[in-house]
Design a protein around this ligand. Structure first.
Ligand SMILES: Cc1cc2nc3c(=O)[nH]c(=O)nc-3n(C[C@H](O)[C@H](O)[C@H](O)COP(=O)(O)OP(=O)(O)OC[C@H]3O[C@@H](n4cnc5c(N)ncnc54)[C@H](O)[C@@H]3O)c2cc1C
Length: 430
């Protein structure tokens, strides 16, 4: 179990769809070039990029099993961009640099797609659709133009009728379709990466929480319950699931929860509501995110600092589903769960060397599938002495996130944004 923070442990729908395999606990001492702490997508992508660069002297230590954190419990949307929106990114680093950084995340989407093909992970559907909750054509056009200006990305604009070919609900106006994006079972992908690393001679250990980390000569010493690992370099990628290992990192990150539920099979009831293959989210700050998986609906939403139990999550998700698809107000859910995202105050990933030999790849927020993959490449390059891309992330280092008060501030701003969205929606319906 990871240290010091509760987790939403209800089983996910994804777990039922992968082969049962437990990665063994580390039981003997090791000396390695690189130790990665945390087998979420950030840690595994780093190890995978190191493998692709020919490095095998790498160990991955995971407190639970690979993908037990956010990476194996998320919505499964793989799309470009960072948690920080495109326009704030431009304001921070200028247009040219922001466009380059955005491009890295879109290249990462292609990289995940390529790895899926190579590892035999199937995709659930193509495209991600941003549906206009506020039914405001002008506002949506302005958003599309702003995204284009800030990223260079051409989203496909759909009017209301065209949007209905993808998702059919009176709740929305038009939509913006991100081509190239896709959705899949994220746990299947995480486990495929872990299997491939293991088969290629890197060690991946489950049930191996790192309890202490300390300097040892020119490198680092990690202690788990049963073993000591000495490493020249350490990459800490524990997301929102560790609350004590590297205090400087812990102080910079808020764990923020979000929830997912999967319905019982609904044969014949979803095709007319979601005729397209795309996954869908909407233009509110606190958006719903959902997708059709066979004859079931996977529904996600909400942002909270509370770790609710499955029944409470189910009740919230049922209410949210009914607002978009009133005909599904009666559906039952077979699975519901939550997960912790990790947010820095600046909403960008924390990537870099905290102290000599101690690296961080964390704080990917709610937009992590592509950026963690990009981060793996950037860290692997930097560990090989090619630090050019890493330099781009220097200005978003670890900074104090405000402690418990900061978490409540994050919750309060979510409520404020929620209220602002409700007022906007009310005005646009009037
Ligand atoms: C419900 C939900 C839905 C989401 N939907 C999407 C989506 O659709 N698309 C998208 O792009 N992003 C989504 N996200 C965000 C995305 O999942 C995350 O940004 C991303 O997975 C973060 O990866 P990570 O490797 O940094 O963290 P994690 O996946 O959380 O991995 C951290 C790992 O570190 C391990 N660990 C912790 N402490 C220790 C220790 N002391 N020793 C060893 N191991 C330790 C944990 O057990 C965990 O496995 C969602 C997140 C959630 C929670």
């Amino acid at each position: 179990m990871p240290t010091g923070w509760p987790r939403f442990h209800s089983p996910t729908w994804y777990e039922d769809r992968i082969a049962a395999r437990r990665f063994p606990r580390i039981e003997s001492d090791r000396s390695v070039r690189v130790a990665v702490i945390g087998a979420g997508l950030a840690g595994l992508s780093t190890a995978f990029s190191l493998l692709e660069r020919g490095h095998r002297d790498v160990v991955v230590l995971e407190a639970g099993q690979p993908g037990e954190g956010a990476s194996g419990r998320n919505g499964g949307f793989v799309f470009g961009g960072f948690s920080l929106g495109p326009e704030p990114l431009v304001r921070r680093v200028g247009l040219d640099r922001a466009r380059v950084m955005q491009r890295w995340t879109h290249e990462a989407v292609d990289r995940v797609r390529g790895r899926c093909a190579a590892l035999g992970v199937s995709l659930d559907g193509e495209g991600v659709l941003l549906a206009d909750w506020f039914r405001n054509r002008k506002g949506l056009d302005a958003l599309r133009d702003a995204i284009h200006r800030a990223t260079g990305l051409e989203l496909l604009a759909l009017d209301r009728a065209q949007r209905s070919a993808w998702v059919c609900s009176d709740r929305y106006g038009g939509g913006l379709l991100e081509p190239g994006a896709f959705h899949f079972n994220p746990l299947a992908y995480v486990r495929a990466l872990a299997d491939e690393l293991d088969a290629s001679g890197l060690s991946v250990h489950g049930d191996s929480a790192v309890e202490r980390i300390e300097r040892a000569g020119g490198g680092w010493r990690l202690r788990t319950r049963d073993a000591t690992v000495r490493a020249d370099r350490v990459v800490v990628s524990t997301g929102g699931y560790d609350r004590r290992l590297v205090p400087r990192l812990v102080r910079s990150i808020h764990p923020i929860g979000t929830y997912v539920a999967v319905t019982e099979p609904l044969p014949g009831r979803l095709e007319a509501l979601i005729p397209g293959t795309a996954a869908v989210y909407d233009t509110r700050f606190a958006f719903d995110y959902y997708r059709r998986i066979g004859d079931r609906l996977l529904w996600g939403g909400r942002i909270s600092i509370a770790d609710r139990d499955p029944d409470a999550i189910e009740a919230l998700m049922r209410r949210d589903v009914a607002r978009v698809f009133p005909s599904l107000a009666d559906v039952r859910f077979t699975h519901s769960w939550g997960g912790w995202m990790s947010y820095a105050r600046h909403q960008m990933p924390i990537l870099g060397e905290l102290e000599p030999g101690l690296w961080a790849a964390s704080a990917f927020g709610g937009h992590g599938m592509a950026p963690t993959t990009m981060a793996g490449e950037v860290i692997a390059e930097a560990l090989d002495g090619e630090g050019d891309r890493l330099e781009a992330f220097r200005s978003w280092g670890p900074s104090w996130a405000g402690g418990p008060l900061g978490r409540w501030t994050a919750q309060a701003s979510y409520w404020a944004y929620q209220a602002r969205d409700a007022i906007r929606a009310w005005r646009s319906s009037g």
